[in-house]
Design a protein. Structure first.
Length: 124
């Protein structure tokens, strides 16, 4: 995802289907990401993203769509750290006279193989 939204890719979006990132029920985030010509996301990664709460998926779509449709696009960096629950934090810094801005989306979640305790079947 970082290569697909790097400074080079954002400055010249080329064949990116920007409308597929418009928030709404028409296109899921994994489906939109799978259409990116420069992102090489495996089916495993797309399935993991699809397991995320839909509100967070839509929020990420909104960040991507808004960045591509605004006048001054900036690169987007995606980062992940382990946590108990799913969350995202978005930092949006615009360009200035002395530095290039950027958006950072920080994901937090359990490890992909670590099932949430509420989903586990109790043995008692």
């Amino acid at each position: 995802m970082n290569s697909a939204f790097s400074a080079t890719a954002v400055d010249a979006p080329g064949d990116v289907d920007i409308e597929s990132f418009r928030p709404g029920p028409e296109t899921s985030l994994p489906d939109a990401l799978s259409r990116l010509p420069t992102a090489e996301l495996s089916d495993t990664i797309l399935a993991y993203i699809d397991s995320w709460p839909t509100a967070l998926q839509r929020a990420i779509q909104a960040v991507i769509w808004e960045n591509f449709t605004r006048e001054a696009r900036v690169p987007i960096t995606f980062a992940w750290t382990p946590a108990y629950d799913y969350s995202i934090t978005v930092y949006d810094v615009v360009d200035s006279d002395i530095s290039r801005g950027g958006i950072t989306v920080l994901f937090t979640s359990r490890y992909p193989a670590d099932e949430h305790p509420l989903r586990r079947v109790s043995g008692s």
